[in-house]
Design a protein around this ligand. Structure first.
Ligand code: NAD
Length: 311
């Protein structure tokens, strides 16, 4: 059983995930480039270190929860990074939960197997990396109900499960390195496109004279039903407690959806996969962001279709 867990990236998601690790009894050591957030954690009695390298020295497992691929690359391979320092003693397990492209995950995983690292615990010869991005957002991070999609060696996944389960309700093993990242960007692609389809249908329905509530009832009992129609409806007033009913505030920002679509586009290009719907979704979300909606929930794309109003 791992006890000492390092955590790097204490933003909207990471800070809440750390709280749940602490509640579950893990001894957590944290790092972030934001000194204010580090101070907040030290005041709560959590140990903080100046660099990822120092976190690695104190941890059996290190989790990263960072904005994008370049940040993850930097924290792993940059100066004072997790892989820095020849012959340094390392954690057994490195888990990246950021949403990044599978190619970057695989590059880092390969860098780990190629470099001369010794690990702290005598379980394997080298540390092992898992990609374990999450679905669920800030509320699920707070409630400890995230879903983890995990790529990497299966025995490492099994060893990591108690840690993942302290922050999430579900974890799904997706196969080798990068498959967790691939699952995450494919899930978000499906979510982006189904939100666009639902929004377009509900906007057209209103133009044809059927109310959004009635059409939603029809969709939800017919073959058009999906998460965007029955759980996260994009039309203001149709459902309570969703971002569309609070002027699209809170939830999953359009700029994060645009970022995830860019990851899907780059990944598709790298493997030579044609993806016309990624391109169209990218175009619409970019337009929404440029139009001043970048911090609004991604379901605000309904505005793009409503009454033909092209925001
Ligand atoms: P965030 O921007 O709130 O937090 C990122 C944190 O990383 C910040 O505190 C930042 O200071 C820190 N950081 C950046 N560079 C660093 C470095 N070099 N060293 C140490 N710390 C560094 O982002 P977030 O919303 O917590 O999201 C994190 C990841 O989770 C992203 O990849 C995002 O796509 C993904 N995600 C977010 C949500 C969501 O709803 N917010 C949901 C699922 C997945």
């Amino acid at each position: 059983q791992f006890q000492n867990v390092g955590f790097i990236g204490l933003g909207n998601m990471g800070s809440r995930m750390v709280n749940n690790l602490v509640k579950a009894g893990f001894k957590v050591t944290v790092n972030d480039i934001n000194r204010d957030v580090m101070k907040m954690f030290t005041e709560m009695g959590v140990s903080a270190r100046e660099t990822p390298y120092e976190v690695a020295q104190d941890s059996d497992v290190v989790i990263t929860m960072l904005p994008s691929s370049s940040h993850v690359m930097d924290v792993y391979t940059g100066t004072n990074g997790l892989l820095g320092g020849e012959n340094a003693i390392r954690p057994a397990l490195l888990i990246d939960s950021s949403t990044i492209d599978p190619q970057t995950t695989r590059k880092i995983s390969l860098a780990i197997s190629n470099c001369n690292l010794k690990q702290k615990r005598d379980v394997r010869e080298k540390p092992v990396m898992l990609d374990a991005p999450v679905s669920g957002g800030v509320l699920a991070a707070e409630a400890g109900t995230l879903t983890f999609m995990v790529g990497g060696p299966e025995d490492a996944y099994l060893a990591a499960r108690p840690i993942l389960e302290s922050m999430g309700r579900t974890s799904i093993y997706c196969g080798g390195s990068g498959n967790g990242s691939a699952a995450k960007i494919c899930n978000n692609l499906a979510m982006a496109v189904s939100m666009l389809g639902t929004s377009e249908a509900l906007a057209l329905g209103q133009s044809l004279g059927i109310s959004a509530s009635t059409l939603t009832e029809v969709l939800n009992t017919s073959s058009g039903r999906c998460w965007s129609s029955d759980t996260y409806n994009p039309v203001p007033g149709v459902m309570k407690g969703v971002p569309s009913s609070r002027d699209y505030n809170g939830g999953f920002a359009s700029k994060l959806m645009a970022k995830d679509l860019n990851l899907a586009a780059a990944s598709a290009e790298e493997v030579g996969h044609k993806s016309p719907l990624i391109s169209k979704a990218q175009e619409i979300y970019k337009k929404m962001c440029k139009g001043g909606h970048e911090t609004k929930d991604f379901s605000c794309v309904f505005r793009h279709f409503y009454n033909g109003k092209d925001e």
